[in-house]
Design a protein around this ligand. Structure first.
Ligand code: SF4
Length: 54
């Protein structure tokens, strides 16, 4: 059973670090960043620890 980090909620099921039946991340920590010069809303931020399945 992979580690479920209940401090990091996540619904990105396409990520290899997602806990499948549970909407949590399995990593101990994640890196958050932005692709914008001046982020102004949640859509401007990204999980930089994302890794696509397969
Ligand atoms: S690495 Fe980021 S996108 Fe992937 S499961 Fe963890 S929080 Fe979600």
């Amino acid at each position: 059973m992979e580690n479920i980090n209940r401090s990091i909620q996540c619904t990105v099921e396409q990520c290899r670090h997602h806990c499948k039946n549970y909407d949590y991340c399995s990593l101990n920590t994640v890196q958050i960043g932005t692709h914008e010069n001046n982020p102004s809303m949640e859509q401007c931020t990204d999980c930089l620890s994302f890794s696509a399945k397969n």
